[in-house]
Design a protein around this ligand. Sequence first.
Ligand code: GLU
Length: 508
Amino acid sequence: MERKVRVRFAPSPTGPLHIGGVRTALYNYLFARRHGGEMILRIEDTDSNRFVPGAEDYINEAFKWLGIKFDEGVREGGKYGPYRQSERRDIYRKYVNQLIESGRAYIAFDTPEELEAKRVEIANFQYDARTRSSMRNSLTLSEEEVKSLIDGGEKYVVRFLVEPDRDVVVNDLIRGEVTINSSILDDKVLYKSADDLPTYHLANIVDDHLMEVTHVIRGEEWLPSAPLHVLLYEAFGWADTMPQFVHLPLLLKPDGKGKLSKRDGDRLGFPVFPLQWTDPKTGDISSGYRESGYLPEAVINFLALLGWNPGTDEEILSLDDLISKFSFEHCSKSGAKFDFEKGKWFNHKYLQEMNDEQLSELYMPILAEHGHGDADAATVAKIVGMVKSRINFVKDLWEQSKFFFEAPTTYAEKDVRKRWKEGMATTMAELIEVLRGIDDFSSAAAEPIVLGWIAERGYHLGNVMNAFRLTVVGECKGPHMFDITEVLGREETIRRIQAGIDNIKPAE
Ligand code: GLU
């Protein structure tokens, strides 16, 4: 019988969630939704040395911002819980014992010093079929010795007994069938008595089994974990319900080869985390997509296309579009270059799709910061409509529209040199007279009057209009001139032209 699709995203709370992890979660989410399945958020916190306070909250907040909803998890609850591995100790202990009893795992007492000594003695030392008989473990010690060491409080680990020279087949939805010889694997530690916790490998397998996970979609480098996991499923007798593996392509540096890292973000100036993160130890701040002004929809769209395509060249895809089109057939095996310029492009596109009122609501707090919190909402919406095609981020609106709110106090030098020739002040004084005579200052009404005056006087259209713009905007850029003056109104426009006449000095 077909099992209901159940997937999980299983981050370790060792710091802020990397953007690659977000993509992994997104693909899990798309796949689950596409197949009417369920998605779990499981916190893999069994490595107490790497635990970072705040990381779990960060993960939850990031997905909330992105609009990725889990069906089960630490916050959501669910009947397969607890969903935090540190709260599942009793469960793991039982399964560790099961492997020991069936001879698929053994107890090892080797201290870190003893292991280090072996590494020095034997080049490329690996704890495996060739070496385990010369180590201190339950295969080489008698039952009584083992018991007395444990009773005496000696720390131990439980290791998986990997049979050598077996071909292990990993079936991966993206990579196909891959065969790996078991001799390359070491006898991985599954459990540590020191903190009474399993390691990642054991906890991960046991939980995927108990939580009835059908597809393990992960983004990490997949060797040697995947073959080891196949062997673990077999050892537990769970081969029949082993999840389908899907190992996603890596996210690569924007320039050159290699995996995308936090340092690439610092070096090239883009965030590699969904939300801003403050390191609890050092206080260092790493930037986030949210705080950098990205819309969550744009981030989702951008990430979805890093390693997957819809089979067409469509690029703007909403979450619902993505869900209806997602499949692993269109995932690539090779790594996906992290093109952050494309990320900005997506944000630009999503901002254009918002209506002017929505966008002005996002703009209001920025205006307030600049002392214009009292700006009229309808006017702001009109202004936003005029300049939005020029922005990648909401914060860019200020740079593009500040002249609507504040008269220029300086004038761009190169524009002055080009546009403010001898005699222009006189022409602008004449323009003031023309504007004074215009009652309806709307763009449609004012434009033909001003253009008519220019034509009648035989002035050069470009020269006059650019000088006009220079006085009003402070430089020769911005939307249609008469749309600007419509918003400013007659008196303010005239004041600005007069200020230009008084303050702009023609270049030598
Ligand atoms: N806790 C593991 C990690 O964060 C989970 C990997 C997996 O998806 O199985 O890398």
